[in-house]
Write a protein that binds this ligand. Structure first.
Ligand code: GLU
Length: 445
């Protein structure tokens, strides 16, 4: 069998849509499974929408998802591989050459206004799709498609076909929204004397309400996941499940296993239902599995992207704080809030701490006792276990439940009614900081 060559051919729209990302992923999986080539082609002939920012978003999203390509467009406008340029906006002479070929063979004709139309055969258009099966389109009333506009610009259907031919694409794997035009593409291939590639149209992604997922739906853009601090591996895993699944219904599945198992035959015929809860859950599973150093690196990068200034924060202190909040959260977006009490000595007090916990008549006296008892703990003994023992002893001595000391202590050192394990938090904060914070709280109440 000749080499498999697939392509991802996005049009820059200003976002990388989840459907587009899935198309890119399925092409990538297919290429990797068969040891073929993945090509990236930017379909940027729509000059109104073709901005450098919109193109950059595509590259950024693909890189974030970890999808690479063997040939194609590069961020700097150049090309990987020798068949470029892979930006359609730079390929006009190629399209002109092909339209001349169609005109010469009378498969196309020029209208009075200069536009060029393709002579669509009137015979039924048969598409043998690897996913959707064989579909026949009646084209007895279909108008001849325009392939070049009167202003000399080429039309999508034509350039798409020319490029698939020029780039020797063997399999076109794309969204089902292109299925109804595929018979025209096949006719153009034939008119150019070429064998069309095989087609595989992937079912649509529906939002939970059952309608086609649009740009505006929550979760529609890969950029949202980047901003919210989802892990690329989790998003990639989730995208695999939008239309494909291993036979045993597992949901968490490693990329290498998907590469090994992936084939078009297993792609579901029915539409995929988008489920943000499942992605959130899956992210939590990947979150738990991050090694400590991968987690620290991810968190630092995410916080920096969110503008949290970590320059003045001691590295070991930050790692300790990150370790403690980790089990409380499933993704990056919750990090800044959970970390805030660790990072800011001028931390704010939340509503409950201010109006309930620290308003209790005994609050000040208890915090004073905590301060004295913690002050007496030797530096070398400053551990979660020792602090727990110390705090509990105070409660016992007072004849109150331990909560009577835990709550004012937590409010006193962090200003929050809820948070990670108190004793571990105290251990990480260290003696000096804890005592200083308790003093500050005493001054406030
Ligand atoms: N540029 C087209 C799109 O973004 C893709 C066409 C194709 O994959 O053939 O929808």
């Amino acid at each position: 069998m000749s080499e498999i060559r697939v392509r991802f051919a996005p049009s820059p729209t200003g976002l990388l849509h989840i459907g587009g990302a899935r198309t890119a992923l399925f092409n990538w999986l297919y290429a990797r499974h068969f040891g073929g080539k993945m090509i990236l082609r930017i379909e940027d002939t729509d000059t109104a929408r073709n901005t450098p920012e919109a193109v950059a978003i595509i590259f950024k999203g693909l890189r974030w998802l970890g999808l690479d390509w063997d040939e194609g467009a590069r961020e700097d406008g150049g090309a990987d591989g020798d068949r470029g340029p892979y930006f359609q906006s730079q390929r006009l002479p190629i399209y002109q050459r092909y339209v001349e070929q169609l005109l010469a063979a009378d498969h196309a004709y020029r209208e009075a206004d200069g536009a060029v139309r393709f002579r669509l055969p009137r015979t039924p258009g048969v598409v043998k799709d690897l996913i959707c099966g064989e579909i026949t389109f009646d084209r007895s009333h279909e108008p001849d498609p325009t392939i070049f506009r009167k202003d000399g610009s080429p039309v999508f259907h034509f350039v798409n076909v020319v490029d698939d031919l020029e780039m020797r694409i063997t399999h076109v794997i794309r969204g089902e929204d292109h299925l109804s035009n595929t018979h025209k593409h096949i006719a153009m291939f034939e008119a150019l004397g070429a064998t069309p590639p095989q087609y595989a149209h992937i079912p649509l992604i529906l939002n939970p309400g059952g309608s086609k997922m649009s740009k505006r739906d929550e979760g529609a853009s890969i950029g949202e996941y980047m901003e919210q601090g989802y892990l690329p591996a989790a998003v990639r895993n989730y995208l695999c499940l939008l239309g494909w699944s291993p036979k045993d219904n597992r949901e968490k599945i490693s990329l290498s296993e998907v590469v090994e198992k992936f084939d078009l035959a297993q792609i579901h015929r029915g539409n995929a239902r988008f489920d943000l809860n499942k992605l959130y859950w899956l992210n939590g599973e990947y979150w738990k599995e991050l090694t400590p150093s991968a987690y620290h690196a991810y968190a630092r990068d995410y916080l920096a992207r969110r503008g949290v200034n970590l320059a003045a924060v001691d590295d070991r202190y930050l790692d300790g704080a990150l370790d403690i909040v980790r089990e409380k959260i499933k993704l990056g977006r919750d990090l800044p809030d959970w970390l805030e009490p660790f990072l800011d000595e001028e931390f704010a007090y939340d509503e409950k701490s201010l109006t309930v916990t620290l308003k209790e008549p005994q609050a000040a006296a208890r915090i004073e006792k905590i301060r004295a008892a913690f002050g007496a703990v030797a530096d070398g003994e400053w551990t979660a276990a020792k602090l727990e023992e110390t705090l509990k002893a105070l409660a016992v001595a007072d004849g109150v439940k331990v909560g009577g000391y835990v709550h004012p202590c937590r409010a006193g050192v962090a200003g929050r009614a809820v948070g990670p394990s108190l004793y571990h938090m105290l251990e990480v904060m260290g003696k000096e900081r804890v005592l200083a914070r308790l003093r500050r709280t005493l001054r406030k109440i």
